[in-house]
Design a protein around this ligand. Structure first.
Ligand code: NAI
Ligand code: AKG
Length: 445
């Protein structure tokens, strides 16, 4: 890290004790932007880096709700409104028992740079709760969402803060959240949430966007090395929203997806993962991957092991943070992996990234590779603002153009700063400069 940034990092650690994921995300960005500091003394004078690491607003609240047996539960809700220099705070909500301030803050911080990379007018934020949706009935999910929104609504607005989904939050939850927002405010404010169902203001392709976008980004990254998905063995972690649509698009682009996972283990299917079956198991039955082989005998379920042990050419981590440490990265490299595209947010630890860098593996960081989701959310906001609804084909074309553009921008920035092919540095610097310039222009606020 640039020597002038060490004290900034120490201050972040001191002011946010115990929030290790947030520290990790900040360190990665500061490691990259040290290259910018010498060229732009105006950023240091205006303390842009110190300001960019401090959320504009942090909201924590109680969420009380009742289960189907009448028992009362208390969860904690969060919204980190990180940076609004480029537009309203924009970023998803995560419902998972592991959620605490440090996770929401790291996600909000990453979101600021990711959203800048899309080139669209959106600031960065993130939220969620330690609520565990696993095994809950529809009515319980609705009760939780209504209670969550009953507090959060006062902080939201299409020009203020616009949440969407993330782990544990999909179009069902967004529907319940929107319904409660509309009821409390008596406003049909379509653009206040994205990821809505197409029946009431949702955009075509938003469901698919993060996964499709990640596949487009990796296609571009492979092309930059004279490679393609054609005939490549691909493994994907997770089997949720991002994983499913990553697999779907990779297969369309000629890759052979041979494995995917959930928190109980993984499925390997040498004839190619049946994505329609994974959708049925996960999106409709809300069940487990362990049931896959009983419906498709070419598949084998390996319990309590990690998908990274399956040999592949391309790995696309699409479940959660820190799932590839140095150890898993070494295993992937040993087994011949040549490219990694992060569908999840921060799934690779700094040690893992180091292993890939050393081995010359093409590596697409989440804040670039998974930006298609939030970019399509911004397209949803555009459609809502103009009371319009675009076709599926047109929306997917826009998504593809945006991903090609993000790839080109990260690639060119890495070259400009003397680290050709390093998309981590390219993404961090390109996103940072855009936000920093806007912050300078907006004055000391
Ligand atoms: N939904 C979206 O549009 C976007 C999501 N992301 C990121 O993609 C990742 C996946 O999100 P979604 O697919 O939306 O969520 P999801 O809830 O649809 O699926 C999550 C998947 O990850 C697995 N998983 C979650 N926590 C885990 C843990 N602690 N250990 C092992 N497996 C775990 C689950 O079993 C599930 O298969 C997250 O990192 C999220 O932040 C990034 C950009 C946009
Ligand atoms: O679509 C959005 O607003 C949020 C997507 C998101 O949470 C993410 O990019 O991590």
């Amino acid at each position: 890290m640039h020597e002038t940034l060490e004290p900034v990092y120490d201050q972040v650690v001191g002011r946010n004790p115990g929030e290790v994921e947030f520290h990790q995300a900040v360190r990665e960005v500061l490691d990259s932007v040290g290259r910018v500091i010498g060229k732009h003394p105006e950023y240091a004078r205006a303390k842009i880096i110190e300001r960019i690491c401090e959320p504009e607003r942090q909201i924590t609240f109680r969420v009380a709700w009742q289960d189907d047996h009448g028992e009362v539960h208390i969860n904690r809700g969060f919204r980190i409104e990180f940076n609004s220099a480029l537009g309203p705070y924009k970023g998803g909500l995560r419902f998972h028992p592991s959620v605490y301030q440090g996770i929401v803050k790291f996600l909000g911080f990453e979101q600021v740079f990711k959203n800048a990379l899309t080139g669209l007018p959106i600031g960065g934020g993130k939220g969620g709760s330690d609520f565990d949706p696993k095994g809950r009935s529809d009515r319980e999910i609705m009760a939780f969402c209504q209670s969550f929104m009953t507090e959060l609504y006062r902080h939201l607005g299409e020009y203020t803060d616009v949440p969407a989904g993330d782990i544990g939050v999909g179009s069902r939850e967004i529907g319940y959240l929107f319904g409660q927002y509309k009821r409390i405010t008596n406003r049909y404010e379509s653009g206040v949430l994205t990821g809505k169902a197409e029946a009431f203001g949702g955009s075509h392709i938003r469901t698919e966007a993060t996964g499709y976008g990640a596949a487009f980004f990796v296609r571009e990254m492979l092309a930059a090395r004279g490679e393609s998905f054609d005939g490549k063995r691909v493994i994907v972690s997770g089997s949720g929203n991002v994983a499913i649509y990553t697999m779907e698009k990779v297969q369309e682009l000629g890759g052979l997806v041979v494995a995917c996972s959930d928190s109980d283990g993984y499925v390997v299917d040498e004839s190619g993962i049946d994505v329609a079956l994974v959708k049925q198991l996960k999106e409709i039955e809300r069940g487990r991957l362990a049931e896959y082989p009983s419906r498709r005998p070419s598949g084998k379920h390996i319990a309590q092991r990690q998908v990274w042990e399956v040999p592949c050419d391309v790995a696309m981590p699409s479940a959660t943070q820190n799932e590839i440490t140095g150890k898993e990265a070494q295993l992937l490299v040993r087994n011949g992996c040549i490219a990694v595209g992060e569908g999840a947010n921060m799934p690779t630890t700094p040690e893992g990234i180091g292993v890939f860098r050393e081995a010359g593996v093409a590596f697409a960081p989440g804040k670039a590779a998974n930006a298609g989701g939030v970019a399509t959310s911004a397209l949803e906001m555009q459609q809502n603002a103009s009371r319009d609804s675009w076709s599926r084909e047109f929306t997917e074309q826009r998504l593809e153009q945006i991903m090609v553009g993000i790839h080109a921008r990260c690639y060119a920035t890495a070259e400009e700063y003397g680290v050709p092919g390093d998309y981590t540095v390219g993404a961090n610097i390109a996103g940072f400069i855009q936000v920093a310039d806007a912050m300078l222009a907006l004055g000391l606020v």
